[in-house]
Structure formats: structure tokens, C-alpha cells
Design a protein around this ligand. Structure first.
Ligand code: MG
Length: 404
């Protein structure tokens, strides 16, 4: 590899056809979880969702395909459908990272790009600037990867962990992705490596080098960290929260009366009951209280203002629509709901047997982790309208965080 190359900010090349392969087929054995790390939550999104959003936002003209493990198809489709992104169909990866990348490259063969960026699915902090620099570097050099010069002293040891050599760090870099190549160069390099039986090369620069190409290092970014260990994810989540210092609490309260029917909706769950709840929508008193709590924390009106009962559009509507709308208002302010605590007040139906289903439903609608959704229930000791069994009341407290 040659030294870090400085790139001219203004491109002298015509706009190339760019594709991005996001490699997310790993099992994450170092991460220590049965769920692959790319599907763990970073803020309100999975790591992979965050990475895909960074790529599509940074290179809106590029075609983007994910290389995934066959076992992860359902999770992948759920994650990407939720984002509404336009991606190429996913490619099923191979037994090694190298095999996965080759499968991804081959999937692009019918409509080959000029430039392909190969990016780790667990590097969600890649910036638009770095993505653009990668495209530029690939056009200029044919094969280029981002790297950071090493500031720590690097020691080489023997099998007894004893130092045998102090390495000259001036020529050492820790390398990142996106690794960037002219498409045919890296495709042919991968095919050559496979044909030669070199199947465990750990990155695409090594594959290009193996095939005899010079690979140039361009300036990477410290923020472009790879999430490899649980500690990396904890730190990344802490960094995200630090960017949301405006902590707010909202409260919501709602009541619906019993009427004819044979079920009640509570938290998006249908519960069989001798009566229903009367309301313009599905009368989900719990989701209404939570929705109002979010709107309260945003100081953005109330559920009646946004979904007037006078509007026939909302007749019989699933109240999850109202909660989703409130969550979108949080997202539009680049905020994040961090906790929901709700209480149902009624004599009947008994909430306990349905509590976990209700929590899971609310977690699914909001995208929160289950450990951030509390649902409690109480009677009012036969006092008042709830005590007389005339209806159900719900209270909710929501904590959310907004940027400064
Ligand atoms: Mg209501």
C-alpha cells in the first residue's frame, strides 16, 4: 500500500455508476449473542438499519445491496421494509467474508457498476463525506481503502507474549471500510483468489493485493467505528444518547366507557370481554394515553387535535396509527422515546394474563426494546366509575430525548 493520498475535493471525473455492497452475513461470534450483532439495536434502529440509512443518505444515486446470511432473511426483510428504502435484492453470502463479498460482486454482474464500495454492515457511522471520498479514490487509484494512522506504539510478540520487535508505526494504518474499487478489478481479483485456493483473506484490500494490484490508503474517519464487541455497542448507544440532552417527560390520560361488544382493544391487543369500549376509533384507551403522553413531551397538541373525532376518516381506526404518528413526530425532531410507563385502571377484564402480550405489542409499534415498556394494572377498589365497571381509564408517562 502507498501512503495516505490526498484527494482533490472537486472531481474531474464524470459521475460513475456506483454500487455499494453492505456485508452483513456474519454470525458475530465475538459479539457473544445468539442474535447477530448487525440486528442489535443502536438507538431505535438496528445497527444494519443505521448502516443502510447512512449509505443511502450519503450516496443517493448508488445502487445498494446487502449480503446476508440465509438464516437472517426474515429479520433483514423486516428491517428494510420498516425503512422503506429502495435496495437491490439481498444476496445470500458464503461461508467466509471473502465468499460473501464474491457472491455480492457476482450479483452485480448483469448490470455492472463502474465503482463498487464494499462496506461492513456494522459500521453505521460512515459519513457522506467518507463515502464520496471512497468513490473518488476508487476512480483515481482503482483500489483504495480508508485508513487511520496509528498513534499507539505497536509491539510484536512471540508465542510467550514477549516483545520481539517494536514496529515502525509511520507505515502502519488501521484500515476501515468502505473499501473502494473499480468493479471489474475487484471482481477478477476475487475470482483469482478463489481459483488459487486463497479463501480466508480478511478484507478486500488483501484480495486486490493478492491479485497484484496496488491499493492506496486514503484518510479514514475516527467516528467510522466498527461495532465488534458488546462494549462497542454500549459506547455507541451512549454516544447517541449524549447527542440528545433535552430529556422530557409527558403524561397522558384517557377514559372510554363500556358499551355493546365482545372484545376490548388494550395496547393494540384484542382481549375477549363481555362488553366493548365505546369510541370513534377502536377505543384503545391505553394507546390513546401513551400517544397523548408523547405529544405532551413534544408540547405538540393532543390526540384530539391531530385526529379529530369529527373526522370520519378515523372511524374504527386502529389506534396503533395514532401512536405511530406520534413516534414519527419524535423522529422528525430527531428525538427518541426511551421509556413508556402505563397503568390501566379497571375491574374487568383482568389485565394480568394479557400484560406481556400488551407490552410486546407496544414495543413492536414503537420500536422500543421490551425492557423500556412497562404496563401495570390496578382496580380502583370498586370506587368511582371504574370501580362500578362503567369503563376503563389509562394513564401513561413517556420519557423522551431530543437534540439540544
Ligand atoms: Mg381515547
Amino acid at each position: 500500500m502507498t501512503a495516505i493520498a490526498s484527494l482533490s475535493p472537486a472531481s474531474s471525473h464524470p459521475a460513475p455508476k456506483v454500487a455499494v455492497l453492505v456485508v452483513a452475513a456474519g454470525r458475530g461470534t465475538r459479539f457473544g449473542s445468539h442474535v447477530p450483532k448487525q440486528f442489535h439495536n443502536l438507538g431505535a434502529k438496528s445497527i444494519l438499519q443505521a448502516t443502510l440509512l447512512a449509505c443511502t443518505g450519503g450516496l443517493p444515486q448508488a445502487r445498494i445491496a446487502c449480503v446476508i446470511h440465509a438464516d437472517d432473511k426474515a429479520q433483514y426483510h423486516a428491517d428494510t421494509a420498516a425503512l422503506g428504502l429502495r435496495l437491490l435484492p439481498p444476496v445470500i453470502g458464503g461461508a467466509t467474508r471473502q465468499a460473501s463479498v464474491l457472491a455480492g460482486l457476482q450479483a452485480l454482474q448483469d448490470d455492472p457498476p463502474d465503482i463498487v464500495l464494499i462496506h461492513d454492515g456494522v459500521r453505521p457511522f460512515v459519513s457522506a463525506k467518507l463515502l464520496a471520498a471512497a468513490v473518488e479514490a476508487a476512480q483515481t487509484f482503482g483500489a483504495a481503502i480508508p485508513g487511520l494512522s496509528i498513534t499507539d506504539t505497536i509491539q510484536k510478540t512471540d508465542a510467550l507474549q514477549q516483545i520481539v520487535e517494536t514496529l515502525e508505526r509511520d507505515h502502519l494504518y488501521s484500515v476501515q471500510t468502505p473499501q473502494a474499487f473499480r468493479y471489474h478489478l475487484i471482481l477478477e481479483a476475487h475470482l483469482a483468489a478463489r481459483a488459487a485456493g486463497r479463501i480466508t483473506l480478511t478484507d478486500d484490500a488483501s484480495v486486490a493485493s493478492f491479485a497484484g494490484h496496488k491499493v492506496t490508503i486514503f484518510q479514514g474517519e475516527a467516528q467510522n467505528r466498527k461495532i465488534t464487541m458488546q462494549e462497542d455497542l454500549a459506547r455507541a448507544n451512549a454516544d447517541l444518547l449524549a447527542d440528545l440532552p433535552d430529556i422530557r417527560t409527558g403524561q397522558g390520560f384517557d377514559v372510554h366507557a363500556f358499551g355493546p361488544g365482545n372484545q376490548v382493544w388494550l395496547g393494540g391487543v384484542s382481549i375477549p370481554h363481555a362488553q366493548g369500549l365505546i369510541g370513534h376509533s377502536d377505543a384503545d384507551v391505553l394507546l390513546h394515553a401513551i400517544t397523548d403522553a408523547i405529544l405532551g413531551a413534544l408540547a405538540d397538541g393532543d390526540i384530539g387535535a391531530h385526529f379529530p373525532p369529527s373526522d370520519p376518516k378515523w372511524r374504527g381506526a386502529a389506534s396503533s396509527l395514532f401512536l405511530e404518528d406520534a413516534m414519527q413526530r419524535v423522529a422528525a425532531r430527531r428525538g427518541r422515546v426511551v421509556h413508556i410507563d402505563a397503568t390501566l385502571i379497571c375491574e374487568h377484564p383482568k389485565v394480568g394474563p394479557h400484560r406481556e402480550a400488551i407490552r410486546q405489542s407496544i414495543a413492536a409499534i414503537t420500536g422500543l426494546n421490551l425492557d423500556r415498556v412497562a404496563v401495570k394494572a390496578t382496580t380502583s377498589e370498586r370506587l368511582g366509575f371504574t370501580g362500578r365497571g362503567e369503563g376503563i381509564a389509562a394513564m401513561a408517562l413517556v420519557t423522551l430525548r431530543l437534540p439540544a
